[in-house]
Design a protein around this ligand. Structure first.
Ligand SMILES: [Zn+2]
Length: 366
């Protein structure tokens, strides 16, 4: 049996890391760094980003990300790489996906510097490419993971708390989807089955969220960096990143994808919708009542959705939910990694049952 674990070359987490970038770059290149930075981050942290390059006289080119990870944006930056020999992406998901794609097409290693712990995408060998107008276009699977993922815990602690909460939602799905994939012996996007190592990371991811999630959200609301915050940054990014990529996705993420059929959900973050998809997956699995109660309680405590209203849905018809189910069960998605057959009607029923269960748990508990 072929088992595969993928990971970035190195994962480094440190307060103030962004002001030491030139030293980290020196492990990957020497002729110059191509720094692709989110415009908001550039306006807030420009001096910190370039300070170590300037003081060490390390050459660099700084380019501001245009806002959409489209083929045109990617190729624009590839054309500007010149003598640089590594691509450093600094910002949120789209900036980082663009940096990975520029590194791939430009045949240079990518150094990924997320400015929030809002999803588990940074460590993965995948970019999501959009049209210039912001519609999903295609997935770009990459031959290797980023050379380095660098997390500045001080900077990330000061990002809006909703990002950290969404990252907790994305990370919470990891264990449940990993367990489904292990049970069904699914082939993951690494091209093999899950390793025991990756499943152990997915399990630790789950335990760490329950142990430190509430504490971390409470601290980040005040912009504080505590040990719990550092643990959750690692959990959302590294544990969940390796866990999902090397164990696989199942119902929670395919339901997230299906939810795009409901326009009201569009303003909600990836991890928020994945969280609701996880509740629906747990209902399809008929998890024990005590476990469901624990998860609903945890989601409420950290600010994740536990009902339709939490993802913007107020009136939804059975036909709409069935359509979500049809999309979630499409062959291109990951529903087939579930260890039992799932139909669109099963998804529609689980989505509504997850909303109804929230009301049961509300009675007497709050
Ligand atoms: Zn995700």
């Amino acid at each position: 049996m072929r088992t595969v674990l993928c990971s970035p070359g190195s994962y480094i987490q440190q307060e103030g890391a962004i002001s030491q970038l030139a030293g980290e770059y020196a492990h990957a290149g020497s002729t110059g760094a191509y720094i692709l930075v989110d415009p908001t981050i550039d306006s807030l942290y420009h001096d910190s980003i370039v300070s170590s390059f300037d003081s060490g006289q390390v050459p660099y080119t700084l380019a501001v990300f245009g806002g959409e990870c489209s083929d045109a944006e990617i190729q624009k930056h590839v054309a500007l790489l010149a003598d640089t020999d590594a691509v450093i992406g600094i910002g949120g998901g789209k900036t980082l996906d663009c940096a990975k794609a520029v590194g791939y097409y430009g045949k240079r290693p990518a150094i990924i510097v997320p400015t929030a712990a809002s999803s588990d995408a940074p460590c993965s060998r995948l970019s999501v490419v959009y049209t210039d107008g912001g519609q999903f276009d295609h997935y770009l699977p990459l031959p290797e993971n980023p050379r380095m993922v660098l997390m500045d815990t001080e900077l990330i602690s000061k990002a809006p708390v909703r990002f950290l909460t969404a990252g907790i939602g994305d990370a919470f799905a990891t264990y449940y989807e990993a367990a489904a994939c292990v049970q069904s012996s699914a082939i993951t996007m690494t091209g093999g089955h899950a390793t025991n190592a990756a499943f152990a990371l997915a399990t630790l991811c789950h335990d760490s969220l329950l142990a430190d999630g509430v504490k971390a959200v409470s601290a980040v609301k005040l912009g504080l960096r505590t040990k719990a915050v550092e643990n959750i940054i690692e959990t959302n990014t590294l544990l969940s990143g390796l866990g999902f990529e090397s164990c696989g996705l199942a119902a929670a993420h395919s339901i997230h994808d299906g939810l795009t059929a409901i326009p009201e959900t569009h303003s909600y973050l990836h991890g928020e919708k994945v969280a609701y998809g996880t509740l629906a997956q747990m209902i399809m699995e008929d998890r024990p009542l005590e476990e469901l109660a624990e998860v609903y309680h945890f989601f409420r405590a950290v600010g994740l959705p536990t009902n339709f209203a939490g993802i913007g849905i107020h009136d939804v018809t059975d036909e709409q939910l069935l359509h979500v189910g049809e999309l979630a069960c499409s062959p291109q998605d990951t529903m087939a990694n579930m260890p039992f057959e799932v139909t669109p009607a099963d998804v529609a029923n689980a989505l509504r049952a997850a909303d109804a269960l929230d009301k049961e748990f509300s009675v007497g508990s709050h």
